[in-house]
Design a protein around this ligand. Structure first.
Ligand code: PRP
Ligand code: URA
Length: 208
């Protein structure tokens, strides 16, 4: 397994827009999807392709095609939804599942409320999405859930991560690769990532 910080100037520029507390909802959503798209390029670099033959205007040559069941996308509700569109731009054949987990504000423990997965999810490489990895409770819950449903190939993609959350995934699920736009400093007394970007779900959906 690996922890990869995708330290690209385009991503860091867009992340700074997301961190800015004056950024409006529309701009926030656009930049989040753009970062997700850029990170997908890295996170899918080991996808399997099938050899094929393609006829160019000049001659026949070897080509490479993604398998139909190559990718599944599973956003953790709500904030993971903010990354889906950007990824679909690159992998339009992906099927999409949803896992609903929210964090109890006092205990910080994950609370499950919904799940719907594609039937063939176990055959796919699953990109599990949540912009925020704080204590890691939600991500570990979602990974447990996917594995219980037969998924063996999981990549977790997030925007900002606290070291505490990374350690929790590494400890419980050492086989899962983690792609992160930026590893932040830690968690404050309310369990928020600092410097972070605040409550990501609220900023995506304009709920606060
Ligand atoms: C946020 C975030 C993660 C979780 C991270 O969701 O999107 O799912 O908190 O925290 P953790 O690593 O400590 O579990 P939240 O509970 O605010 O739900 P929401 O997306 O519906 O707003
Ligand atoms: N969830 C968020 O949306 N932000 C944080 O900083 C931590 C959890």
């Amino acid at each position: 397994m690996a922890v990869i910080e995708v330290n690209h100037p385009l991503i860091q520029h867009k992340l700074t827009i997301l961190r800015d507390k004056t950024t409006d909802t529309k701009t926030f959503r656009e930049n989040l999807n753009e970062i997700a798209k850029l990170m997908t390029y890295e996170a899918t670099k080991n996808l399997k392709v099938e050899e094929s033959t393609v006829e160019t205007p000049i001659m026949k040559t070897r080509g490479y095609t993604l398998q139909d069941k190559a990718v599944g996308i599973v956003p953790i509700l709500r904030a993971g939804l903010g990354m889906v569109e950007g990824i679909l731009d690159l992998v339009p054949t992906a099927k999409i599942g949803h896992i609903g987990v929210y964090r109890n504000e006092e205990t910080l423990e994950p609370v499950y409320y919904y799940c719907k997965l594609p039937e063939d999810i176990a055959e796919r490489k699953v990109l599990l999405l949540d912009p925020m990895l704080a204590t890691g409770g939600s991500a570990v819950y979602a990974i447990d859930y996917l594995k219980e449903n037969g998924v063996t190939d999981i990549v977790f993609m997030c925007l900002v991560a606290a070291p505490e959350g990374i350690a929790k995934i590494l400890n419980k699920h050492p086989d899962v690769d983690i792609y992160i736009a930026k590893i932040d400093q830690g968690l404050d007394s309310n369990g928020y990532i600092y410097p972070g970007l605040g409550d990501c779900g609220d900023r995506i959906f304009g709920t606060k």
